[in-house]
Design a protein around this ligand. Structure first.
Ligand SMILES: C[C@@H]1N[C@@H](C(=O)NCc2ccccc2)[C@H](O)[C@@H]1O
Length: 449
């Protein structure tokens, strides 16, 4: 393997309490909010189909007109407590808020730029009240920060001339100043979700980024930073040039999910997901497929079953309101979570063979196994294949523990659980398999009895 100065500094998962807490979240809320919510995907009456938070990049949107939107930012309906309550009711355990997206507009009063909330009609800090409101309801806050910054004069996507390099040095100092400022202002922040780090210019900054990550971790010990921040000596992010994960968890799953445990490489990871196909910021005219709560719950369950967290995106509008579609989804997901979160929180991958009816999760503490059934076979026979000598003597419905099941052994280590076809079921059902006391070991499966 290559000798890297700025490659992965740790092999394998972080095992400290802050990372354990992160690993057990299950469900998170992403919030994309900024100036892009004002046009909401339209400009001069024209509809823009691309991601609404990228509208500045659309050829029909003159940059200086976008950049002057800050003069209209006055979200009269912004109610951080209401947002936090809604996230609590949905069952989110953490929240990621855009402090600065690619446009460079800062939702906090930054000492290092005038392009921030203090110079808008609204005038006040947005991030502080959000951190306070979410902390108050016990939801951990993470700060999204885009390195790419279309507003800063020193930003470059690539470094070609001496001027580029000089300008970029100022940009790097600005970036460091803003990050340290955020951690200073919001010390209860549990981690940073970096974005906009794909440019060639940034990929040359292995040393700078490595030192900055060290500095940030010194400011907030245990700070959680994903794989999208640092480039290694050869400009590789996510995985260094030896293929080792950089950062504390893998951040590659944006609007997509792994299919198998092997694809996760056994790392911690999160999936961040939009409700429409590809809108993070507010778009007033969602077109194409809008995900249902059933689909989002399946993505959540699939993530947890493969040892990941699922982060659902919300895009509040220019007035600071959460749109009705997202409110309805939060309500429906919350209803399912109220009854079934035992199969989500603190749960992860179980190394039993995946079956067609759905997903297994395993509680890392108790060893309880959950069968989360989405596709009940027409004959109601749910197949289970277990490792050797596993006894399935305590199997029951999570919804009603008096409804127990006696699995029918059909082969060695192969069983059917017959689920009564009678009931009408329109949301995923959860069946619990309780380990008998001496069966669970920590290697993610039942020991041979
Ligand atoms: C979390 C999302 N990331 C931003 C984005 O630009 N994604 C598109 C993209 C994803 C991966 C490589 C390059 C570009 C989106 O605007 C959201 O903020």
């Amino acid at each position: 393997s290559l000798t890297l100065k700025h490659g992965a500094h740790r092999l394998g998962k972080r095992t400290d309490p802050m990372m354990e807490r992160w690993r057990n979240y299950g469900l998170g809320q992403f919030i994309h909010w900024g100036l892009y919510a004002i046009p909401g995907g339209h400009w001069n009456g024209a509809y823009y189909g691309g991601a609404a938070e990228w509208i500045r990049a659309w050829k029909g949107m003159p940059n200086e007109q976008y950049d002057n939107l800050y003069k209209e930012f006055d979200p009269a309906e912004f109610d951080p407590k209401a947002w936090a309550e809604q996230a609590k009711d949905m069952g989110a355990k953490y929240m990621i808020i855009t402090t600065k997206h690619h446009d460079g507009f800062c939702l906090w009063p930054s000492e290092f730029t005038d392009y921030d909330v203090t110079n808008t009609p609204y005038g006040n800090d947005i991030i502080g009240p959000l951190v306070e409101a979410y902390d108050a309801v016990g939801i951990d806050v993470y700060l999204y920060f885009s390195v790419m910054d279309w507003n800063h004069p020193g930003y470059r996507s690539k470094l070609e001339t001496i001027n580029d390099k000089e300008a970029y040095e100022e940009f790097k100092e600005f970036t460091r100043n803003q990050l340290l400022e955020l951690l200073e202002r919001y010390p209860t922040t549990k981690g940073l979700w970096f974005d906009g780090t794909w440019d060639a210019a940034w990929k040359e900054q292995a040393d700078f980024a490595d030192n900055l990550a060290t500095e940030m971790r010194e400011m907030i010990p245990g700070l959680i930073i994903g794989s999208r921040f640092r480039p290694d000596d050869y400009g590789n992010r996510h995985f260094d040039s030896n293929g080792d994960l950089m950062g504390d968890y893998e951040q590659g799953w944006e609007r997509k999910l792994p299919e198998t445990y092997e694809e996760t490489k056994g790392n911690d990871w999160d999936c961040v997901m939009t409700v429409p196909e590809n809108q993070w910021g507010y778009h007033s005219d969602w077109r194409g497929h809008v995900k249902t709560s059933y689909e989002l719950i399946e993505m959540l369950v699939k993530s947890v079953s493969l040892d990941g967290n699922f982060v659902m995106n919300f895009g509040p509008n220019g007035q600071g309101e959460i749109r009705q579609e997202e409110t309805q989804l939060a309500k429906e997901i919350g209803e399912w979570m109220d009854k079934n979160n035992e199969a989500i929180y603190g749960c992860g991958y179980l190394d039993w063979e995946k079956q067609d009816w759905g997903y297994y999760t395993k509680d890392r503490q108790t060893g309880k196994i959950y069968m989360i059934v989405f596709n009940r076979p027409l004959n109601g026979a749910l197949k289970i294949k277990t490792p050797d000598k596993v006894s399935l003597d305590k199997v029951y419905s999570l919804k009603d523990s008096s409804q127990s099941f006696v699995p029918e052994e059909i082969h060695k280590n192969e069983f059917f659980i017959h689920y009564p076809f009678s009931e009408h079921i329109d949301s995923p059902i959860v069946i619990v398999i309780e380990p008998s006391s001496n069966e669970i070991d920590q290697n993610n499966s039942y020991q041979k009895a």
